[in-house]
Design a protein around this ligand. Structure first.
Ligand code: AMP
Length: 266
């Protein structure tokens, strides 16, 4: 790494509610273009045009940047969101999440996990054994930040995703976010489906399973989505985990294997 890296983050809102966010890392000469792309995106969101857009940029301490490899990607084909959720639940159980923790996560995300019944801005933290929610703020949740791909990894990932017909922002960004979550201490697994009404896909990720994508985890048109990070029971220092997820810079300089889609059940 020659030139210093900056973190650039965007958060947009409409009608006083969170609309979208984005996280990238880049060198000084990348920042203008990254900022423009983030503003464009906030103004063209499927849930409406942003009314407020906050950008925040900061230089990172290079010694703190951790390099890592992305998880392997799998796609398991399911016929609809109900089958998708059953399959996702089965994988979460396999990853070591209790049945009650899976139920808690799915019903919270499906019903809108924030206190007002909308999607949260960040993720829930759920005890993988008891199903108890542990995030200190149930509207904000925990926002994973300060992660990105190196430019060579971005190129390699784009090339491989294109072959699979998956080269889009949703997949790229979710893979990077899940990748960072899986490097955090005490994480057992993750569950996500989008809050974008036009995007029904979601995933389960765990250190053993990698990133497993399901084309359907919610009905099209549904605006409620969310993320649950399942934490090993008795993780001693929750604040340390939150600090890691929110502030530790992680740069993915290697990609994992990208597998062709396979029907669920095979
Ligand atoms: P998205 O995949 O961007 O549609 O986001 C789906 C849900 O994941 C959102 O409704 C949030 O609850 C959560 N989320 C989005 N971005 C983050 C993030 N950076 N960190 C943690 N949770 C997030």
């Amino acid at each position: 790494m020659n030139s210093p890296l900056y973190s650039i983050r965007m958060r947009s809102a409409r009608g006083g509610h969170h609309l979208s966010g984005a996280e990238r890392l880049g060198s000084a000469e990348d920042l203008e273009q990254l900022a423009a792309a983030m503003v464009r995106r906030a103004l063209n969101h499927t849930r409406g045009q942003a009314e407020t857009i906050e950008l925040s940029l900061e230089i990172l301490d290079q010694a703190q940047v951790r390099c890592a490899e992305l998880p392997d990607l799998h796609t398991r084909l399911v016929s609809d969101w109900r089958q998708g959720r059953q399959a996702a639940a089965q994988l979460l159980r396999q990853a070591g999440v209790s049945a009650c923790a899976v139920d808690e996560a799915m019903s919270a995300i499906g019903g809108g996990a924030a206190p007002d019944g909308r999607s949260m801005r960040g993720a829930m933290l759920i005890d993988a054994a008891s199903g108890q929610r542990l995030e200190p703020d149930r509207a904000r949740g925990v926002r994973v930040s300060r992660m990105d791909l190196s430019s060579s990894a971005r190129q390699a990932l784009g090339d491989r995703l294109q072959v699979l017909g998956l080269d889009n922002d949703h997949v790229r960004e979710a893979l990077v976010l899940a990748g960072k979550v899986l490097t955090a201490p005490g994480i057992v697994a993750e569950l996500c489906w989008s809050d974008d009404p036009d995007y029904s896909a979601g995933y389960v990720a765990s250190p053993q399973l990698g990133y497993v994508r399901f084309p359907h985890l919610k009905p099209l048109g549904e605006e409620r989505g969310g993320r649950a990070f399942f934490i090993a029971a008795g993780t001693p220092d929750l604040q340390r985990l939150i600090d890691y997820l929110e502030t530790q810079p992680v740069l993915f300089d290697r990609i994992g294997q990208l597998h062709a889609p396979q029907p669920w059940g095979e």
